[in-house]
Design a binder for this molecule. Structure first.
Ligand code: DGY
Length: 325
């Protein structure tokens, strides 16, 4: 008998065909109240789940006694209680690598948009405010040659360093668990402690995962270290930052601006003070959101899931402790 897979993210027709050839599939199209009710109904017979952007708490997963695998269509796994999954021997997989370059592109888009005030000035033109050649009041700051500070030198951090070093001639500072000699050699990057990075970098870019250790890592104390001409970029997770402290830092001129793709609560509240600030570029958690990359992520997740259901070790297993065959 075919196993039951519950999708809470729509797949392309091609991937859906692939999955349906191997499994009975229930698709939950929206994660609204009705969709969540459908999910609760489907969980008791589910062998596997595939989707993203949903916090799968143990209280929900307790409804799924037959669950063998969860294929997350994301690289981040902060929506899952990994200890709980491992204890229950539920395999969790993610989609690393395929989104690295696209997410680094987003990081650079935010760097450029914030430093050169692209959104603010484009809005000025749209509103008919371009009456004469712009003056210092509307000037931005250079990106090339400035110091790029990367907090969290994983795959996406490296891709950002590559762009900064080779494309924009930027000296690269980084902070991560431990120094990475290969990165230092490739990008002429310098490892330093977090405070040094916050004090010296022109662009402070977060690319690290959300864990118990990184939650609220960038707090009021951290913002106080930054220079008033520095620009803060977050493409990791909103909860790595104390958002209220960031709002204060922006209001008080402790930093020049911020380019933000992620927020403490998503979607961002339309009345957030961040949306009133001209020096903030806010985007809707779109780091990996291109047609090509989202399809590649979905394909990766489907392959992980089919491997798990076939009793094979999936390529992107997050919790190897759950693999005890
Ligand atoms: C990821 O893959 O983790 C992206 O942030 C989308 O959630």
């Amino acid at each position: 008998m075919k196993k039951h897979v519950v999708l809470y993210k729509k797949l392309s027709a091609q991937l859906m065909d692939r999955l349906q050839a191997q499994a009975k599939v229930t698709l939950i199209e929206n994660l609204d109240a009705q969709g969540l009710a459908q999910l609760r109904t489907a969980l008791p017979s589910a062998h596997a789940l595939l989707g993203a952007s949903l916090k799968l708490d143990p209280s929900l997963l307790d409804l799924a006694p037959h669950l063998e695998a969860i294929a997350s269509v994301s690289v981040g796994v902060d929506n899952y209680d990994i200890d709980y999954l491992t204890e229950r021997r539920i395999l969790l997989t993610n989609t690393p690598d395929v989104l690295t370059e696209t997410t680094a592109d987003t990081g650079f888009a935010l760097i450029l948009a914030t430093a050169r005030r692209v959104v603010e000035l484009a809005n000025l033109v749209r509103a008919g405010g371009w009456q004469q050649s712009i003056g210092p009041r509307h000037f931005g700051s250079d990106v090339h040659g400035k110091t790029l500070g990367i907090v969290g030198m994983g795959r996406i951090g490296e891709a950002l360093a590559q762009r900064g070093h080779f494309g924009f001639g930027m000296p690269v500072l980084y902070h991560s668990h431990s120094p990475k000699p290969a990165v230092e050699q490739r990008f002429n990057a310098r490892y330093c402690d977090l405070d040094t990075l916050l004090q010296q970098a022109d662009f402070i870019c977060l690319t690290l995962p959300l864990t118990a250790e990184t939650e609220d890592l960038i707090d009021a104390r951290a913002f106080a270290q930054m220079r008033p001409d520095s620009i803060f970029i977050n493409i990791s997770r909103g909860k790595v930052v104390d958002e209220a402290a960031m709002i204060d830092a922006l209001r008080n001129g402790q930093i020049r601006g911020a380019g933000l793709d992620v927020f403490e609560r998503e979607p961002l509240d339309p009345v957030s003070p961040l949306l009133q600030m001209d020096n903030v570029v806010a985007t809707p958690h779109m780091g990996s959101a291109t047609h090509e990359t989202r399809e590649a992520m979905a394909r990766c997740a489907v392959e992980n899931l089919l491997a798990a259901l076939a009793g094979e070790r999936p390529a992107n297993l997050v919790n190897p402790g759950a693999w005890k065959r």
